[in-house]
Design a protein around this ligand. Sequence first.
Ligand code: ATP
Length: 158
Amino acid sequence: MEDDLVDVPDRGGSGARNEPPCCGEGFVRNDADKGARSRFSLVCAFRCAWDGIVYAVRTQRNMKIHLGIAVLAVALGFVLRIDGASWAAVILCIAAVFAAECVNTAIESVVDLVSPEYHELARRAKDCGAGAVLVFAIVALVVAAVVFGPRAWALFFG
Ligand SMILES: Nc1ncnc2c1ncn2[C@@H]1O[C@H](COP(=O)(O)OP(=O)(O)OP(=O)(O)O)[C@@H](O)[C@H]1O
């Protein structure tokens, strides 16, 4: 399919034009490509984004914990028959925590790339990334308490 092709400039006779290697091993899209206005299909963009999410889930222990808690929250939502607004709040919280963890994973990867040795700025960058996840996780816990607390109380003790 024509739209799947990534039209990258040829770098040294490798025959890179019109190959479909998005997100694969060895695929690089840098400022030079963007300056040359090369095309990058939406399909490739989504595939790269999906690869990022899968990578975060596979490699980050915290992401697995978030995933488990998200499944639990959705199950609780059905059991306790929460209303539309509550569903919106729960889904937003799940998405926010997932997104923050993905960004944190990105920060960790870049820091590990540029600063494999100890550096104070590397520590700050990683600590701030982890802090962002913590902020969203705490907000998600508060929202869960507000949404599920009264309903669970009414179900078990009402
Ligand atoms: N290159 C470095 N220089 C200085 N401190 C670092 C460096 N790499 C990691 N650290 C410190 O170690 C902590 C843990 O880093 P690590 O890369 O193991 O993250 P992690 O345990 O995967 O974090 P998270 O639980 O948020 O995913 C960082 O928050 C930071 O304080």
